[in-house]
Every structure is written in C-alpha cells, then in structure tokens.
Design a protein around this ligand. Structure first.
Ligand code: BG6
Length: 491
C-alpha cells in the first residue's frame, strides 16, 4: 500500500472487450490517470479477439467511459492524456504467434509488464504458455487473476498449478475486489492504530460479530454462470471470508503483504468445520421467489432470463454461524449472511460487545442494546459506535437512551468521491504490492472449508428455502441467530 510513483508499466488487459473491462477496469484506469497516479510513461494495452482497429478500440473505451463514469467526471484534458496511452492488439489466446505481435507493443527494458487476465480461467493456461513462448515473461513480469479461481479445491489447485508453472507466487496477484474497498482497509487502521479497540478485540469483550453483504440486484442476465455457482461460491468463498479474516486476524508483525496474509491464513485454518453433523444448525440456504424491490415487482429466480422456469436448487442467499477455533475467538460466533434481491444494498460488519456483568439501572431498561461497533463498507462508508447514555434533562430517575458516535466518511468532505475498489487494486498491481491480493494458501484454505460445507448440503439433500424478493432471506436465517438469543442488527 505504497504511495510512491511506481515504475512505468505496460498494463496489458486480456479480455478488453468483456463486461468487466468495459464496466470497471477502463473507468478505474481513467480515474487513476485523472488523479495523477499513473506513471506518465505507462501504457494500457487492450487485448481481445475483436477485429478492432486502434481507432475503433479508442472509440470503444471513450464510449464506455461516457457510459460508466458519473456525470461530470469525463474531462477532455484527462481523456487526451489517457487515450494517448491506449493501444490495441488483436490476440487469439490460443495462437502463439499472436503473442509475438503483442511483444512488439511491449518494452520490458523500459517498463514492467502487468498482465491482467479478465478472462475465464479456462484460458489462463494458454495465456501463460503463449506469453512464455513469445519470451514475454521475465523476473519482473506480473500476472493479475480475476475470480473465480476454481469451483472447488481441486479445480483451484489446477488453475494455481498452471499459472505457477510460469510465474512465481510473488508475481501473482489474485483479485478479491472487496479487499480494494476503502473501508476494508480502514479496518486495519481501526484495529491496529487504536488501542481502544485493539485491547478489546477478543472474547472477553465481544459477544458476537455479524457480517452482512446484501444486494438488491438479482442475476442481471448471468443465469447460466450463476446457476452453476450459487451464492456460497460466488460471495462467501471469497468476499465474506476475506472480510471475516480482516476482522478476526491477529495483528501482523508488519504491514507487509506476507505478514498480513500469514495472519489471514491462520484464521481460515481455524474455522470450525461445518459438515453433515452440524450443517442443519449452522447454515441456511435460500432462493428468491417473486417479490418487490423499491416498490417494483421483480420475478423469482426460476423466471429469470435463462432460468426456463426450472426447479434449480442453487442458492441466492446464505446465512451461517461460524466459529473461529482459537484463543481470541473461542465462544464468539460470527454470523454471516449474504443474498441477492435483499431489501437494500448494504455491506456491514457489526461487532456486538458483551454487557456489563452486573446491571444497576432500572430493570425495565435492561433490554437497551449493548455497545455495538457498526462498520459500514457500502454505501455511505462510515463507522458508528453505539453507546448507552442518560437522556438529557431532568427526567425522573436515570433514563437511558441509545446514541451513536458517528464517523461518516462521505460527509467529511463535500467533494468526496469514494474510489472504486478496482482503482486501488489496479494501482497496487502496478506498484507491486501484494498486500491486498489473495495468496494461494488463502484460496486453498478457503476452498477446503467451503467444500466441506457444500458437500454437507449435498449429502443431507438440503433444499433451498424460498424467500420473497425484497426480504432478508428465509425465516430460517432469523431462527439461526435467534436460537442463540441474539438478533440481526437493524438500525
Ligand atoms: C462479485 C459477484 O464478485 O461481487 C457478484 O460475482 C456480486 O455476484 C458482486 O454482485 C458484488 O460486488 P459489490 O462490489 O457490488 O458489492
């Protein structure tokens, strides 16, 4: 997470015509240029199979920026600078000689080559092999991989082995875009720069933790991909477990990539298994039925385009009760939930503190919630600490009320713009800092745990429970937490 100007790069974007590149990556690169964070000599080289001329490619990028940047963000001067960096090479990923052509656009004596693979993992192997054939891999060449890294442990190993045959681990940058979100990094600052929190970050002070990643969107035309994957693989295996690691990890001895990732792996390895013996108590799967979002009717999962009214058992919602088997977290459950077609888009971590051991106020007020630290990742990034205070004024007795100490990151500065997670990650891949990228052993530890849970669903013949779009998932998700005498946080 360095801020020095990096060495000039040839940033090669494989899959330049794809949805991710157009929607997220080109806008992120443009924003980096607008913020003067790109080395003046860096180039952006789009690679795809499309028969585009250089001019057509530049026009496509301009169109995508106009479409996906917010109003007023497209600036002629920045565009002049950015468009001058753009280059396009038509490459068939399976054609070795096309990579020789790509080599002509690269200058590794002047610039570091960063290869961003926004392509399906099935072509990772061809790309690596052909980069090697064209002699484009040297000790500085990097490779950035988009998810999914596999469907399970075995397939992730195959992908990792394939890439490892050409790149050392310290040249491989696996993206989990949640790690690029500003407030996720702020968790490190909150925990490790504030002894107030650090000293209370354990099972003596904390009762439980909740992590919610809710989306209002449904499948957005991705049925054929999503139906084979489901919410467990699409969101829990990566984003939710990464958030859990950031909350649960021990302080790293240094803030370098390996120290941080060593601690995250320890958490993943300490996750208590959910298997066929406990899956019915610890995990709930749901699938949305028709309902309404923001007052608008929406169809159910099986009626989505591509669904063909089928009786799919793929989950669009998961909630879990997870334990971390170590000294810090013994007896502190982590409740995780994530779903599509929820009532609102929100990503939030809630740390719920234990109550004092002895209650001295009017018993009628005893239900007043305990201290809670609410870390909101999106939207409206901020951190809120709920405290219990006396009501102001001359009330009879000591009447308590809940108040919140509020750190609202979006309102501090009227010109505030929250950078997209990809901006941070693309920049870090150019800088060469792997702290915000996922190491191979993290992916494998995470799949090991998830595979066991997914197998348990298969073995026990678990059927998804339906919930209406626009609600917080099946009733079982509420029961999952209420059985323990707790409830999902609501503001
Ligand atoms: C992606 C998932 O990784 O994350 C999508 O594949 C999901 O299904 C998306 O919609 C959510 O990301 P964000 O940043 O909008 O919360």
């Amino acid at each position: 997470m360095s801020h020095q100007m990096h060495k000039a790069c040839d940033f090669v974007l494989f899959g330049a015509k794809g949805d991710l590149a157009m929607r997220k990556l080109f806008p992120a690169l443009y924003q980096l240029d607008a913020a003067h964070l790109l080395n003046p000599d860096s180039k952006v080289i789009g690679v795809a199979r499309a028969d585009w001329s250089q001019e057509e490619f530049v026009a496509q990028v301009e169109a995508t920026l106009n479409r996906f940047l917010k109003e007023g963000e497209f600036d002629a001067e920045v565009w002049n600078r950015f468009s001058a960096r753009l280059d396009y090479v038509k490459v068939d990923m399976t054609a070795p000689d096309d990579f020789k052509k790509l080599g002509q656009a690269i200058d590794q004596s002047q610039r570091v080559m960063v290869n961003y693979l926004a392509t399906p993992p099935s072509v990772f192997g061809d790309i690596c092999k052909n980069l090697s054939y064209a002699e484009l891999i040297n000790d500085e060449t990097r490779i950035v991989l988009e998810k999914p890294i596999g469907h399970d442990l075995e397939s992730s190993k195959v992908i990792n082995d394939t890439v490892a045959a050409y790149f050392n681990e310290n040249r491989i940058y696996r993206i989990d875009h949640y790690l690029g979100k500003d407030t996720v990094q702020n968790l490190l600052a909150l925990r490790f720069a504030n002894n107030l929190f650090n000293s209370q970050w354990n099972n003596h002070a904390i009762d439980h933790v909740q992590i919610t990643v809710a989306e209002t969107v449904g499948l957005e035309g991705r049925y054929s991909y999503y139906d084979k994957v489901g919410q467990m693989r699409d969101m829990v295996q990566n984003h939710l477990l990464q958030l859990l690691c950031m909350v649960a990890m021990n302080p790293p001895s240094k803030l370098d990539a390996d120290s941080v990732r060593d601690e995250k792996v320890r958490v993943l390895k300490a996750l208590h298994p959910i298997d066929s013996t406990n899956v019915h108590k610890r995990a709930v799967r749901g699938q949305y039925a028709a309902g309404s979002i923001d007052g608008k009717a929406v169809v159910g999962y099986s009626e989505e385009d591509g669904g063909g009214q089928s009786q799919s058992n793929t989950e669009t919602f998961v909630s879990l009760r997870v334990n971390v088997d170590n000294w810090r977290w013994a007896g502190v459950p982590f409740y995780l939930r994530t779903g599509k077609r929820m009532p609102e888009k929100t990503t939030e971590i809630v740390v719920v503190y234990k109550n004092n051991p002895h209650y001295i106020f009017d018993k009628k007020q005893q239900d007043m919630v305990s201290n809670r630290l609410v870390i909101r990742l999106q939207p409206d990034e901020g951190i809120r600490l709920h405290v219990v205070m006396k009501q102001l004024g001359m009330t009879e007795g000591l009447n308590l009320q809940n108040r919140a100490l509020n750190l609202d990151f979006t309102s501090d500065d009227p010109n505030h713009r929250t950078p997209d997670a990809y901006e941070r990650l693309l920049l870090e891949s150019m800088v060469g800092d792997q702290s915000l990228f996922v190491r191979r052993d993290e992916i494998e530890a995470s799949w090991t745990w998830c595979d066991q849970l997914i197998d348990a669903w298969d073995e026990t013949g678990d059927e998804v429970k339906h919930y209406n779009a626009g609600t917080w998932g099946p009733i079982g998700s509420i029961a999952l937490i209420e059985r323990d005498g707790r409830s999902w946080h609501e503001e």
